[in-house]
Design a protein around this ligand. Structure first.
Ligand code: G3I
Ligand code: 9MR
Length: 726
């Protein structure tokens, strides 16, 4: 890697997400310090104008003091490669509009964890040009005096291999591992379909587990070794006394590695992460027998240790000079661990330990994890015991999303980031804000929340005051010189790809270590694309994690964005839905009818600009399946579960949904039904032969349930030429 300063700072006056957008996404660019009043969007290669618009009135963005105007081209939905043009001349970096725009970014962001694995050689098969020998086997780690116990006195040797290097340095810290690993597991819990088929080409690929889980397990395996089996306490970190030099992992001077002091924060973050992992691993007990149960037991024993040692805050012992992750306020760590244990065990005592009324919802970071508790409670809200305050869960998430959205609306850059958000790791602040906005959107479908979340990803990919893409290897002007020991020492010009760099912040704590100066002290521009800059250009596992979450979520949620969310579901009368089943019946049915019916749905979806998967079965045999672009295995799974319900109840799945909902029940937890096999959401409709009865199903997936149902009904009406108002 050449020690030079990157060129992104000389970016054009047009700041735009350098990857691109899904067709249905909000699309905005920022134009700075330019007198233009109109803009065009042109095709990237031929320069043909496809869209023209007016720039918004100029306004000053406080974090950079630039005068900014917005170019909004959300209405441009046609897939293609484009640039923005001003005054008939200035053109922006190219970007793409297409469905699933973030697949490569997401895969690279997860692969970066593989690239940061400790205790394993990266081979060319998986790491390509970034292959390297193993470093830091950590099979003989010393117990530091601060961590000594009767059974493990100072100098005892333990094995604590695997795990990811925390960042640009080679140490491993439990507090930061907790939020990082949790965030990856949350992505998997929330969007299982997105990750089910992803192949990251890592050593475990193809073993029957999603690769994201395989990667997370590399760190979870290490975390488990950080717990003292005698008392459940968890060591705060595994580290050298001082940072290693800027060398490859296998080249560093051999110095002892230590586990250092058990801390309350480490025990609680460990407990929360293990409780979460135990849920995810439950479905893979065949592949990893007993692991889920072992993790839950480890989580509970760490929790018990923290109860007995509630004030063991961490400060570096005098002889340890590496990353501290020293957090003095632990109310949020207690609440988060309690929330995950509550969700995983169903024990009400854990719910009470959250002290939910006193827990604010904030944008998470390594030292403030309360927001993660709210996010998990919201995700699992359909399965909580009556002890949980459902209204509070919804309102806490919504207020945070609403306040971030208000900041986004007011901002001259149309991003949620405010001056005070530019701290060490500001890029991850932007993405953690997006992650919380997405929780709001998933709860109530407010379109602005999704647009504000999109803005956070736009920010790190180029719509920022430096003009850089803050993700290595991604975009036209990526950061080139991260503070990352392997990227610096490997003699390869391009840095290891897929890493989010910390980003601008006015602290500039590294100035004394840098041969070059920051050009600027403003919060949003105090950034150095130089390897010296650990305060603005390091990489870190907790920063990449929300990049993984947000890129997957935006891909998944934007593809079928409709103007109405789940909470906008109109109220339906059961009588109307029963009437549909009476009227929409066939005289006869054949394989050709199935084909025509399936094609009818596709035709209607295309006309409405929507993407769905459709399935027609007769007597349990599939006669038709088509997944339009943007649908995936997740949709097939919904189809399976929704049609199972029709076969069980004889009614449309939306009939059952409405029946339960109108009675105030929980359609995601039907008594006596395993909800992994059944789904009471709209979209599956019985195929009924007049006078004979039900012989099959027509099922649509991809839209909110009631819209899936409406589409199935519309197709049946069109096919059967029935014009009734149903
Ligand atoms: O808490 C204060 C806040 O009240 C104040 O408003 C704000 C203003 O700058 O500062 C906040 O404290 C900051 C703290 O992070 C919490 O975010 C400190 O200034 C800042 O120096 C501190 O930075 C941490 C840094 O280590 C130095 O300790 C980063 O969060 C943390 O991500 C970073 O982590 C390092 C590891 O120690 C070692 N490995 C690499 C990793 C990434 O750089
Ligand atoms: O490389 C270290 C980085 O991972 C840390 O985040 C950072 C702050 O603790 O410190 C870096 O190490 C620097 C040290 O603090 C001061 N001397 C220069 C080191 C970087 O080369």
């Amino acid at each position: 890697m050449l020690a030079a300063i990157g060129t992104g700072a000389q970016a054009a006056a047009i700041r735009v997400n350098q990857v691109g957008f899904a067709p249905q996404a909000a699309k905005q660019a920022v134009i700075t310090d330019n007198a233009a009043t109109n803009f065009e969007v042109v095709t990237a290669d031929t320069g043909k104008t496809v869209y023209t618009g007016k720039l918004s009135a100029p306004a000053v963005w406080k974090p950079s003091l630039e005068t900014a105007r917005l170019a909004d081209f959300s209405a441009l939905t046609a897939p293609g490669d484009y640039r923005i043009k001003l005054d008939g001349k200035t053109v922006s970096d190219r970007f793409t509009i297409r469905a699933w725009p973030y697949g490569d970014l997401n895969a690279a962001a997860i692969k970066a964890y593989y690239m940061n694995r400790a205790s394993i050689a990266l081979t060319p098969q998986y790491a390509g040009i970034y292959a390297r020998p193993a470093g830091h086997m950590d099979d003989k780690v010393l117990v530091h005096v601060s961590a000594a116990s009767q059974q493990r006195p100072e100098g005892s040797v333990i094995a604590s291999g695997k795990g990811w290097y925390d960042a640009g340095d080679y140490n491993k810290y439990i507090v930061n591992s907790g939020i990082s690993t949790y965030t990856l597991l949350a992505a998997l819990e929330h969007f299982p379909g997105y990750f089910a088929k992803q192949n990251l080409n890592i050593p475990e690929s193809g073993d029957g587990l999603p690769d994201l889980l395989n990667e997370a397990l590399w760190n979870l395996d290490w975390m488990l070794t950080m717990q003292d089996p005698q008392d459940g306490g968890v060591y705060h970190k595994l580290t050298n006394k001082s940072f290693d030099g800027m060398e490859m992992p296998d080249q560093v001077k051999a110095t002892p590695r230590y586990v250092v002091q058990k801390s309350t924060a480490a025990a609680l973050d460990f407990a929360a992460t293990m409780a979460t992992a135990s849920r995810v691993l439950k479905a893979y007990d065949q592949q990893r027998p007993g692991l889920s149960a072992r993790m839950l037991a480890a989580a509970e024993s760490a929790w018990n240790w923290a109860q007995a040692n509630p004030g063991a805050t961490f400060r570096n012992p005098a002889d340890i000079h590496t990353g501290e992750y020293g957090d003095q306020k632990l109310q949020d760590e207690f609440a988060w661990a309690a929330a995950e244990l509550y969700i995983s065990t169903g024990k009400d005592s854990y719910y009470r330990a959250i002290k939910a009324e006193q827990l604010p919802a904030t944008t998470p970071n390594w030292s403030d994890v309360g927001g993660l508790a709210w996010m998990s409670l919201a995700q699992h809200r359909a399965h909580l015991t009556p002890a949980a305050d459902q209204k509070l869960i919804a309102s806490r998430i919504d207020s945070l999303a609403a306040s971030l959205t208000a900041n986004w609306k007011d901002s001259a850059y149309r991003v949620p980031m405010q001056e005070q958000d530019f701290v060490w790791g500001s890029s991850a602040v932007a993405l953690n804000q997006s992650m919380m906005l997405l929780q709001g959107y998933r709860l109530n479908g407010k379109a602005d929340y999704l647009s504000a979340a999109q803005a956070g990803l736009d920010y790190v990919l180029g719509r920022n005051a430096t003009g850089y893409s803050f993700v290595t290897g991604i975009g036209a002007r990526p950061a080139l010189h991260p503070h990352h020991r392997p990227s610096e020492a490997d003699k390869i010009e391009a840095p290891v790809p897929g890493f989010l760099v910390g980003g601008p912040q006015p602290g500039r704590q590294d100035e004394k270590d840098c041969p070059v100066h920051y050009v600027n002290k403003l919060p949003a521009t105090a950034y150095l694309d130089h390897v010296c800059s650990y305060a603005s250009n390091e990489i870190a596992i907790n920063w990449n994690a929300p990049l993984v979450y947000v890129s997957a979520a935006l891909d998944q949620l934007t593809v079928n964005k409709t103007t109405t969310g789940a909470s906008m579901e109109p109220k339906f009368e059961l009588a109307t839905l029963a009437r549909q089943e009476e009227l929409l019946q066939f005289d006869s049915f054949s394989n050709d009818t199935a084909l025509a019916l399936g094609m009818k749905v596709i035709e209607l979806a295309r006309a409405a600009g929507k993407s769905v998967a459709v399935n027609v079965t007769q007597d349990g045999t599939m006669l038709f399946y088509h997944g339009m672009p943007g649908t995936n295995a997740d949709n097939a799974n919904w189809i399976r579960r929704k049609s199972n319900l029709v076969n069980r109840t004889g009614h449309s799945s939306f009939y059952t949904h409405t029946e339960v909902k109108n009675a105030g029940g929980d359609y995601d937890a039907l008594p006596g039904l395993d909800m992994r096999e059944f789904a009471a959401h709209g979209g599956a409709f019985p195929i009924i032969i007049k006078g004979k009865g039900r012989i099959g199903t027509l099922t649509v997936s991809g839209l909110p349930g009631w819209e899936d149902h409406a589409m199935a009904v519309a197709a049946l009406k069109a096919h059967l030429k029935i014009d009734a108002n149903i």
